[in-house]
Design a protein around this ligand. Structure first.
Ligand SMILES: NC(=O)c1ccc[n+]([C@@H]2O[C@H](COP(=O)([O-])OP(=O)(O)OC[C@H]3O[C@@H](n4cnc5c(N)ncnc54)[C@H](OP(=O)(O)O)[C@@H]3O)[C@@H](O)[C@H]2O)c1
Length: 292
């Protein structure tokens, strides 16, 4: 079956990006909508589709993408089912990393194939136009997985299927990698600012460090990539850092420090240094837990 007509419900960062990618690969976007009228107008303009009711365009679509926030997926699917919009042979998918295809049960009840189709990529804007080489993680029944894999191939993406119970862990890993890296860099930039660096030069200064660290982790693995005072067992340096940080950053530094000690042990940190470092970090984390 050749699937060519696409509907996008929730044409935000991911939905609009996927719609644009599929359009550029010959798919016809038959309709798109957002919650706010002005966003729907913009999405339809960019995707080259008429502004129409979702009750009109969903029934004619071969691929229905529900890319609303996670909490709205099930209710959007239920509303469309109640209006008789789904049909056998349609592929109905959402793009959530954490939710499973079970959220699309109303579409499955109408005979549609249902799939969770999660691109392991960040979409900070609505104009991400390539998934070339990016992993898409799919979850659903066999025929839906086959259709999802074919769609991923069209987008130049790689594909892996996952069992439903594994999705929360997998998504927590994605959040750690992407969102919490952003948070760590934000903390680092605040420390750079306190040390006297202006914001733009600080971002530029951190860039080579971030890139080479990432490269080391990818090519050598985390243990071999770990450098710095924990890896070298420099207890005094760590104590100096802890003294100059405010309580919140000191706690974050120490929670991560405990994990860094474990990593450093696996690559040869002596048991004596590991104990001294762990004691420093745990003193901070226990203090934080006990604070009222
Ligand atoms: N952003 C990422 O990096 C990323 C990566 C992978 C997967 N995802 C997943 O992709 C999905 C969408 O995330 P996003 O970041 O693209 O969110 P987003 O930019 O906030 O877009 C959500 C879209 O859904 C619309 N919407 C909200 N409720 C709706 C409803 N009841 N009916 C129709 N449209 C509705 C919003 O309209 P308004 O704008 O008018 O409110 C908006 O256009 C989520 O499941 C998320 O977990 C996100």
């Amino acid at each position: 079956m050749l699937m060519q007509r696409v509907a996008v419900l929730g044409a935000g960062r991911v939905g609009l990006s996927l719609g644009l990618m599929l359009k550029s690969r010959g798919y016809e976007v038959v309709g798109a909508c957002c919650r706010r009228v002005e966003n729907t107008e913009r999405a339809c303009r960019l995707l080259g589709c008429p502004e129409a009711s979702r009750l009109e365009f969903v029934p004619v679509a071969d691929v229905v993408i529900i890319s609303t926030p996670d909490h709205a997926i099930a209710s959007v699917a239920a509303e469309l089912r109640a209006a008789g919009c789904f049909r056998p042979g349609q592929l109905v998918m959402h793009t959530s990393g954490a939710r499973t295809s079970a959220d699309l049960a109303p579409a499955a009840a109408s005979g549609a194939l249902t799939l969770s189709f999660h691109p392991l990529q960040t979409f900070p804007r609505c104009e991400t136009v390539s998934l070339e080489g990016v992993l898409v993680v799919g979850e659903g029944e066999g025929p839906a997985l086959a259709a999802g894999q074919a769609l991923a191939r069209v987008l130049g993406a790689r594909w892996q299927s996952l069992r439903p119970g594994a999705k929360p862990l997998y998504h927590a890993a994605a959040v750690m990698t992407c969102n919490y890296l952003v948070v760590l860099l934000d903390v680092a930039l605040h420390l750079m600012a306190a040390a006297g660096f202006a914001e733009e030069p600080a971002r530029a200064a951190l860039e080579p460090l971030v890139r080479s660290t990432l490269e080391s982790v990818v090519h050598l693995g985390p243990a071999a990539a770990l450098t710095g005072p924990v890896a070298r067992g420099e207890v005094e340096t760590i104590a100096t850092h802890l003294r100059c940080l405010d309580p919140q950053d000191r706690n974050l530094y120490s929670v991560l420090g405990v994990r860094a000690v474990e990593l450093a042990r696996s690559r040869g940190l002596s048991e004596q240094d590991a104990c001294r470092l762990r004691a420093l970090f745990e003193e901070v984390t226990h203090e934080t837990v006990q604070r009222p």
